[in-house]
Ligand binder design. Structure first.
Ligand code: NAP
Length: 264
């Protein structure tokens, strides 16, 4: 059996597990960080929790005789991607990254790209007075000192204190639809959007609403993948790179579903 470890926590990782797990000759294990109490579990074997840094991951790869490592984590999960590259190199296990493509601006967009949540927080007061923040509950701390802007933060689970003082929390789980997003912007009188460049269809409607309303968008650029890691944009790309017959894979297709752990 060829043992494949998928570092997951995304819709694409679940799609990949669903596509690969039924194939004969493959053993598929998905790994989740364990950030939320009740994650939606992938098909196949699942392990939960950190490995203990790159050395721990390398040990796990060796101990469980993993032949291929697939980093299908979120584009902003930079530590685990770095660890994956280091561990895979250490134990000579091939590594492949599955990354959904970035969002691309179209005519009418007023995007302000920044390199970090901290830069977004610094730029925010210059762009609006009522911000929709879809950067995830763990990123809220970066906005703690923002003054003069009411923050409407959307997340799946209640964020932990300390929280910014002028804050409304919207508990919601994607995917999000255009009409629902229009209502959020209207009801909360949003005049600026803050988002990471997560990519994917499930959370893209907010960008369309900002465009319709001519509103500025602070968009945090993705961190770079570690150098030398081959990257594919979707499940079909992984199937190709693994040399599997796509005809045997029943569930290849674009997602549309947002991972339950996060709001971005
Ligand atoms: P991170 O900062 O890159 O990683 C921090 C630590 O969490 C890693 O060092 C590792 O611990 C552990 N970890 C992360 N992903 C793991 C996985 N799939 N399996 C086992 N351990 C994992 O990660 P993060 O940004 O907090 O993201 C955590 C999880 O949420 C990832 O699975 C990611 O795909 C998902 N997610 C993240 C975002 C986001 O915006 N960051 C959005 C949607 C989903 P050890 O060093 O102990 O191994």
């Amino acid at each position: 059996m060829r043992h494949i470890l998928i570092l997951g926590g995304t819709t694409e990782a679940r799609q990949l597990a669903a596509a690969l797990a039924p194939l004969p000759g493959l053993r598929v294990t998905s790994s989740l960080a364990g950030r939320v109490s009740a994650p939606r579990l992938p098909v196949g074997e699942v392990r939960v929790g950190g490995f203990g840094g790159p050395a721990g991951l390398a040990h796990w790869l060796r101990e469980h005789q993993v032949q291929t490592l697939i980093d299908a984590t979120h584009p902003f999960a930079r530590v685990i991607s770095r660890n994956a590259a280091e561990a895979a190199a250490a134990v000579h296990v091939p590594l492949l990254a599955l990354r959904r493509p970035s969002w691309v601006p179209v005519a009418g967009d007023r995007w302000h790209p920044v390199d970090s949540l901290e830069q977004a927080a610094a730029a925010l007061p210059g762009l609006g007075r009522r911000a929709l923040l879809t950067t995830g509950r763990l990123g809220l701390a970066a906005f703690a000192a923002v003054a003069g802007v009411h923050l409407v933060a959307r997340s799946v689970e209640q964020p932990d204190p300390p929280l910014p003082p002028d804050l409304t929390v919207l508990l919601a789980r994607g995917p999000f639809r255009l009409d629902g997003e229009r209502a959020v912007f209207r009801e909360h009188r949003i005049d600026v959007l803050v988002t990471k460049d997560s990519g994917g269809a499930a959370t893209a409607p907010k960008l369309a609403v900002a465009r319709e309303l001519g509103l500025p968008v602070l968009i945090v650029r993705r961190p770079e993948l570690p150098a030398g890691v081959p990257e594919v944009p979707d499940v079909a790309g992984v199937v190709g790179e693994l040399g599997l017959d796509p005809g045997n894979v029943s569930s290849i297709g674009p997602g549309g579903e947002q991972h339950p752990e996060w709001s971005t």
